[in-house]
Design a protein around this ligand. Structure first.
Ligand code: CMC
Length: 391
């Protein structure tokens, strides 16, 4: 072989050509298929954005209607899957539950695996868009001890998610427009982010021609980590910790800067954004709007704002171009919507699903070769075998 270039963490290596998401980290620009994230978050429904990401164009009314009709027809999850859910302890982290259930779906939908034609791909895509929110709702209801609930096909995709998650047994359920629009916006802001850790995972798993669901399940595992999507849970855990410790943000700023202390300011910093994260800007404003509309005062919001202010003026953070990222304020909104902390990353996964699907579909349609990075070997050169009695 030729010379191998070493690029730890793929900081400067492009893994593919992609026409899905444009990101300019210096200017803080994020666009899906050419449309600014700000405009989509303000005007579009999450399902329209899903269609846009996956198929490349905003749908017209007929296309959107058909897309949603196809999804509704596939929203049934096999009853046997409930036994798998029952097998998990109540304390199980919902990300593990959701990733396992996504993989388990393959057993009940084997035709979704060997998909070659666009039509077969479409069927698999519809199935996962339909069934994944059900699995997320199951994970939440298991966590909160509520019996499982069925969807309602008269509701929009996002409102149906809310109903499946929050409808209490023997009680009517009304959609709060503030909650519905906040969730719609959050899901759109999370819908894709080009070649991040989980999208790259989905692509690399899918590049072996493992099926879509197996690839998505792997993506969920990648998202779980606190350096990636798990940061949204870690932020609230951190803010709560600071609050309980007396609210001394300066102390935690010092810890974050101390190279001998493993503590990092969660929800800060980004591999690509070096000026600001456009998603964080929108989410910060949304957090203020949602809390005031719902009449909620959350002391951790003040701690978050205090930390942000200090960090933006601090030389350490300025030098390293560390700004609040998408995860810094999103948890405060999820909390206001009544979502338990360890479900936050599941909400991220629900939003990211169309992105993973579009990355997988593009990879397959472009007939990408199997993903297989090289290495620079640093181990022993050659040693003679030593019998176990002589070691
Ligand atoms: N707090 C304190 N110092 C930090 C932080 C932070 N949150 N983030 C980066 N740094 C420092 C880091 O120690 C390094 O310092 P030095 O140059 O002195 O060694 C410098 O900034 C560059 O950081 P890096 O870790 O080399 O950058 P990276 O591109 O490898 O990592 C990151 C990016 C997002 C993993 C990292 O900033 C981080 O760990 N942030 C906290 C976790 C987080 O919020 N993750 C969510 C990311 S956005 C959404 C998502 O992906 O889900």
């Amino acid at each position: 072989g030729g010379l191998i270039t070493l690029d730890r963490g793929f900081k400067n290596t492009g893994s593919c050509e992609s026409a899905i998401t444009f990101l300019d980290g210096e200017k803080g620009i994020l666009r899906y298929r050419g449309y600014a994230i700000e405009e989509l978050a303000e005007n579009a429904s999450f399902l329209e954005v899903a269609y846009l990401l996956i198929f490349g164009e905003l749908p017209n009314e007929t296309q959107l209607e058909k897309f949603y009709k196809d999804i509704k027809e596939e929203s049934h999850v096999d009853e046997e899957m409930k036994k798998i859910l029952d097998g998990f302890p109540k304390s199980a982290h919902p990300m593990g539950v959701v990733s396992s259930l996504t993989n388990a779906l393959i057993a009940f939908n084997p035709s979704s695996v060997n998909v070659e034609s666009e039509e077969e791909m479409y069927k698999a895509i519809i199935k996962i868009l339909a069934k994944f929110p059900v699995l997320c709702a199951w994970a939440l209801r298991k966590r909160t001890g509520q019996p499982l609930d069925y969807g309602d096909s008269s509701l929009s995709y996002v409102d149906n998610v809310l109903k499946m998650m929050f409808k209490k047994a023997n009680e009517d359920f009304e959609i709060d427009p503030v909650v519905s629009s906040a969730l719609n916006k959050l899901l759109i802001l999370h819908a894709d982010h080009e070649q991040n850790c989980s999208a790259s995972t989905v692509r690399i798993v899918g590049s072996s021609h493992a099926g879509l669901f197996a690839s998505i399940s792997a993506g969920i595992s990648a998202l779980w980590g606190p350096l990636h999507g798990g940061a949204n849970q870690a932020v609230i855990d951190m803010l709560e910790g600071i609050k309980e410790d007396g609210g001394d943000t300066k102390k935690y700023m010092a810890k974050a800067k101390d190279k001998n202390d493993p503590f990092r300011l969660m929800g800060f910093g980004h591999r690509v954004y070096k000026n600001f994260d456009p998603r964080a800007k929108i989410i910060k404003k949304s957090a203020d709007d949602v809390l005031s509309s719902l009449g909620i005062e959350d002391p951790v919001l003040d701690i978050a704002k205090g930390l942000e202010k200090e960090a933006l003026e601090d030389q350490y953070f300025v030098d390293r171009k560390l700004y609040p990222n998408v995860d810094f304020y999103s948890g405060i909104i999820y909390r206001a919507l009544g979502i338990p902390t360890d479900m936050f990353t599941v909400m991220f996964a629900l939003g990211r699903l169309p992105g993973w699907i579009s990355q997988w579909r593009e990879m397959r349609l472009q007939k990408e070769p199997i993903g297989r990075p090289r290495q620079v070997y640093t181990g022993e050169t050659h040693r003679a075998f030593v019998d176990i009695t002589k070691r």
